[in-house]
Design a protein. Structure first.
Ligand code: K
Ligand code: K
Lengths: 498, 498
């Protein structure tokens, strides 16, 4: 227990994701229907398990090969792999650590080891100086008395987030269920595929809220591209589970505070950074985040509508359906990855924009104000050797380039023989999609083969499904790397570009 | 005069490059041989002029259409557009400014407006504080007495850089001339093309030293891929004119100091930052720069040799020639852009690596030590409105994505009809090549057309030569943007990625 609490949070999360992926793989394997002739390869099953637990929804197999019980395994994986759930686990750890160390020991060690001291970053020199002095004073003054309240606040925050997760999942799935029970054409599609309505509703709600992006149907949401109301029901779930989570959470705390008038809730709102919960942001930061998220959606919608309004991709839809479709795609590029259209039919300009959207981490925000960041002191400490090691860490983009280069090497044969499917951009798209845990894919089409080949059969899985085993393994690693990217955002600082 | 000295250095340089490009365009236009049936389009001539003056060597026309006198116009453009030359001009400006303000006025205003105060960046908080205090003290103590010496040092540095430029150009062209006078097969190739040996030698020397990358031959250096000695003569010129310039310059100053024992030279070496000349780096920084440059070359050579040793691209070469060819390509990706092979024949993995190499600015350096940067105070000052405006500036990568998206829109028709030539990666490659002022291009091949077209004729110019006029204009702008990128490296700081 002691060891776990004091070890590296990165290692804890890495261990967590690998274990649930393995557990998921075993469960999927055991539950596999015995009568099937062409059994799935172990690598593909493991890939699917990692893809669900890292909420990436990159696919190497069609979804309809999974039985109902296997779908529930995937639901479980998406649930425990989603950021809201893992961040709640983080709060439990923090609470446990608080308890095990105790307030007395805490007070004694407070300033030297564990208390947060505001690290004033991103400021110019003068402000930096003022900030450091001010922060030092503040931390000495406030913390001893606030200690108890803070402990309660963290405990309470855990409940609030759990509540948020339960309410959002249940209401999301009930809305979808309600929609399906009223709209017969949507229900008929699922019934013809042999997918249970209840499974679909819960699966899609969990998948949307967790920003995983799997659905039980092969075609993802393409079969529902005319069911605009259903799409509009899913959009807020996607936003609530990821890019706008801090905004929704803050709003929920504010509402509950108004209702219950508890001091802990007030403390959370007043000192969002003191809880060390990275999803609880100060008010201005939340505002800028919402502004950025909506801005990105708007930019994508404008480009999408101006280039695709009369295109093949949106054929057969009326104006309202096109608009909702554009909104749905724009919201899903960060980072759920559900899709109502064949991405390979879209203009390259939009795909380039999607690459950027997929790359940007969830809480990317235009933030001209200076946000005083709270980090623990032990994060900052480090000996000379640690500093040297740190300087060897590359930036995120460097790692991505390395992954892309490696995949260009593993797939080099196909890139020569089948250049319209296997081109560098499609590989970049797939890698960035995996890194951003999105799940978009340009896919593979037998029509794009230079020499028509009768043995080639189109399938409803992503481009990665056509890669070599080594390529798949690299992408599997990229998904894990992307899911844990928050621990590595500081890399590459030893490099000076000028 | 007063206005120019006090105006924005960015605007001065922008004005400078636009004027020499226009002058070059007019000179090329006037000198165009009258008898030619298919005259060059004005846009292509202007593009070539911008391409030479921004030392990019992106091509929309074949080089052999230019007459000898037009080649000399290009030589002049490459000479005055190269970084060594423009940085020398910068030193002249600085000197003139020093003189016009005078030492008395200087002393009075010293601390408030114009003297350098070391801005301690990239440090952690403690070091930052110490550094700021120390630097303040130092600047107060040292500068009044050092003022005179500094003025002389800047003046002297101007001479040294001019010397460097002349020596490097003359020795470079004499070596090439000497080689050509000894090796008849190389001479014969040029004579059969009607290119004068003397023009070729001087053109190639200026082009290599300035890292422009044009040569008078259509095939660039492809015709000399077996002339390894010639390639080995050009490699140090390419390095001396760009990525290793600070190292070579420092070495030259050190040698001249040993010979003449002048105090100004000693001052330059002791206080490289005080001269405000960004190409004069402190010793450790120079060391890390050299280490980084050689590291990049090594990485490229290893990947190149391991993937291409037995490939089509290097067919017909012996091992030594292959090795020299790999070295030549690796050096030229940053940022001269001369080439001995058809890049479209290379493995995609290498092309991806080239994109990174082309993107990285010349003085990219692994720099784990903390380098105290010297900037003038006025650079740092700015009112609230200025800060807001600054926060709206995007990062370099964002601009590049915008350019790429725009070109995907202007070339959207060709991207559908001719996807093997017009694909996103080839466009990205061209844009990054223009941004890095490199000049590499994957080119265009009629063989890659999906439906063979008899009216399509292969030509010896870059991919951009096949773009629409709007596309060419955007790339022209990208070359200028890339040439002036040093003024814009600080953008995007108002964005928080997390
Ligand atoms: K996803
Ligand atoms: K160049």
């Amino acid at each position: 227990r002691f060891i776990i609490f004091h070890s590296n949070p990165f290692l804890i999360q890495l261990f967590y994701f690998i274990s649930i992926s393995f557990a998921g793989f075993l469960a999927l394997k055991i539950l596999e229907p015995g009568n099937e002739v062409n059994r799935l390869k172990n690598l593909d099953l493991f890939f699917t398990s990692v893809s669900a637990s890292t909420v990436s929804s990159m696919g190497t197999v069609e979804m309809e090969v999974f039985s109902d019980s296997q779908l529930w395994v995937l639901i479980l994986l998406m649930l425990v792999g989603g950021e809201v759930f893992t961040s709640m686990l983080g709060l439990q750890f923090m609470k446990a650590r608080f308890k095990s160390e105790g307030p007395t020991k805490k007070r004694a060690e407070s300033l030297s080891t564990d208390l947060e001291v505001p690290i004033c970053t991103n400021l110019d020199d003068e402000s930096q100086l003022k900030c450091t002095i001010l922060a030092g004073t503040l931390s000495k003054m406030h913390l001893p008395e606030g200690e108890h309240l803070k402990h309660d606040a963290i405990q309470y925050l855990g409940y609030v987030v759990l509540c948020y997760l339960i309410v959002a999942t249940l209401s999301g799935s009930s809305f979808i269920l309600l929609y399906l029970s009223f709209v017969s054409n949507a229900r008929d599609v699922l019934e013809s595929k042999g997918i249970r309505i209840s499974t679909f509703s819960f699966f899609t709600a969990v998948s949307s809220l967790g920003n995983c992006g799997f659905t039980p149907a092969n075609e993802n949401m393409m079969i529902f591209k005319k069911n605009s109301i259903l799409l509009l029901l899913i959009v807020p779930q996607v936003l609530a589970g990821n890019t706008l989570f801090p905004v929704f959470l803050r709003f929920m705390i504010w509402v509950v505070k108004k209702l219950t008038k508890r001091e802990e809730l007030n403390y959370m709102i007043q000192h969002p950074r003191a809880t060390r919960y990275k999803h609880l942001l100060p008010p201005e930061h939340s505002g800028y985040l919402a502004f950025t998220v909506l801005g990105f959606i708007l930019v994508q919608m404008v480009l999408f509508c101006s280039l695709e309004w009369n295109s093949e991709a949106l054929q057969g839809l009326n104006s309202f359906q096109k608009l909702v479709g554009a909104l749905f795609q724009s919201v899903n590029s960060r980072h759920a990855g559900e899709s109502i259209i064949d991405l390979s039919k879209l203009s390259p300009a939009i795909l380039v924009l999607y690459v950027v959207m997929m790359y940007l981490p969830p809480y990317t925000s235009f933030l001209p104000i200076k946000d005083v960041e709270w980090r623990s002191v032990d994060e900052k400490e480090g000996n000379e050797r640690g500093k040297l090691l740190k300087s060897l860490i590359f930036s995120q983009l460097s790692y991505l380039v390395i992954f892309i280069t490696l995949i260009c090497i593993t797939e080099r044969k196909a890139m020569i023989e089948d250049p319209l499917n296997f081109n560098v951009f499609n590989i970049v798209f797939e890698v960035i999609s995996a890194y951003g845990n999105v799940g978009f894919s340009i896919g593979y089409s037998c029509q794009r083969l230079l020499k028509p080949n009768n043995s080639c059969k189109d399938a409803w899985y992503g481009f990665v499904g056509r890669w070599s085993n080594q390529g798949k393994l690299i992408l599997l690693f990229v998904m894990l790397f992307g899911r844990l990217k928050k621990f590595n955002m500081e890399g590459g600082k030893a490099w000076k570009l000028s």
